[in-house]
Design a protein around this ligand. Structure first.
Ligand code: GRG
Ligand code: ZN
Length: 312
């Protein structure tokens, strides 16, 4: 079996920053801060975060903050919970959350909670369990969960649980692995995993593994490296990771590498991108691949970063 081309992946991520005018870059301009989180976390797992100009990244992140307290995907863009979590995660990686006006950021997040406990992603109001996760993870990293009604938030998430043990984006919506990560992650952070039927959900999740060893996001769909994060992190949080063939999944992820130029793609022979490079490397970290930092399955940050934050 091939090996992880760790050095190539580090180079690939470091050079993305320099090619600001290519097509991939233009298409993702509005979510640059998400891309920065994925890239920087990958570098940290690979042990190479030091290669980044920390001051420049931090000052750029802070300039994405809106007067409401929330963060946009780039300078001058509208704030959204999606970008607010990435900003907090990036500052956590650099041990710099203390530069935030925490009451202001946490007030922005708490005002997005609705009466039924759900969260809107921004002031336009769309509701989704993704936003519940984003709010809960962000506030927990800021030690500010007391700003929201956690009981109601959990109640809403439970109302999105399906008969197959999975979770969807709103009550009655189909189970999807990405949504399951969000719901299980939010329940893990709030100490509410007892609401999950672990055997039933574990069964649904482990059936996501296909012949090639890769995982898909729903029944009958193609495998994709990103589900090595969404599915695997969920299986670990509910303590059922032994229900899949880990060796075959490692092999599938390694087959998705561009071993010449670095980066990982969704499936073997597709084009690489920073998202799937993160999902692949983070997946391998969850699988305890040698030489990688351990990553926390609920917070999606290296375990040492989480310990530094919570053991203070
Ligand atoms: C900090 C890790 C972290 C996440 C932030 C935004 C978010 C929280 C989570 C998103 C969860 C989610 C819904 C992921 C799914 C993404 C995805 C690949 C969707 C594609 O769905 P389909 O149906 O593709 O288009 P398939 O694979 O089913 O064909
Ligand atoms: Zn994918």
């Amino acid at each position: 079996m091939g090996q992880l081309a760790a050095e190539k992946h580090t180079k690939y991520i470091l050079q993305i920053e320099k090619k600001k005018d290519d097509i991939e870059s233009a298409l993702t301009e509005h979510l640059r801060i998400n891309g920065a989180y994925w890239g920087l976390t990958t570098l940290d797992i690979l042990g190479n975060l030091k290669a980044v100009e920390q001051e420049a990244v931090i000052s750029w992140v802070m300039s994405c903050q809106h007067e409401s307290g929330g963060f946009g995907g780039n300078i001058g863009h509208d704030p959204h919970l999606l970008y607010t979590l990435s900003a907090i995660q990036i500052l956590s990686l650099f041990n710099k959350t203390q530069i935030l006006n925490i009451p202001k950021v946490s007030t922005y997040i708490s005002t997005l909670q609705n009466k039924d406990g759900s969260f809107s992603g921004d002031k336009w109001g769309e509701i989704d369990t993704r936003f519940s996760y984003l709010a809960i993870c962000s506030l927990s990293l800021l030690n500010s969960l007391d700003k929201i009604n956690v009981e109601k938030a959990v109640e809403y998430i439970i109302s999105c649980k399906n008969l197959d043990g999975g979770f969807g984006c709103t009550p009655g919506a189909e189970s999807h692995s990405g949504q399951i990560f969000c719901c299980v992650g939010a329940l893990a952070i709030t100490g509410c995993l007892h609401y999950v039927d672990k055997d039933l959900l574990g069964w649904w999740l482990c059936e996501r593994q296909v012949k090639s060893g890769g995982l898909n996001g729903r029944p009958e769909k193609l495998p994709d490296v990103c589900y090595s994060w969404w599915v695997l992190s969920s299986l670990i949080m509910i303590d059922r990771v032994d229900w899949i063939d880990k060796e075959k999944l490692v092999k599938f992820i390694l087959e998705c590498q561009d071993i010449e130029n670095g980066g990982i793609s969704d499936r073997p022979d597709d084009a690489v991108d920073v998202f799937h490079t993160y999902f692949g490397v983070a997946g391998l970290s969850l699988l305890e691949y040698p030489g990688l930092k351990a990553i926390d399955p609920a917070y999606a940050l290296p375990v040492d970063v989480i310990n530094r934050l919570f053991l203070k």
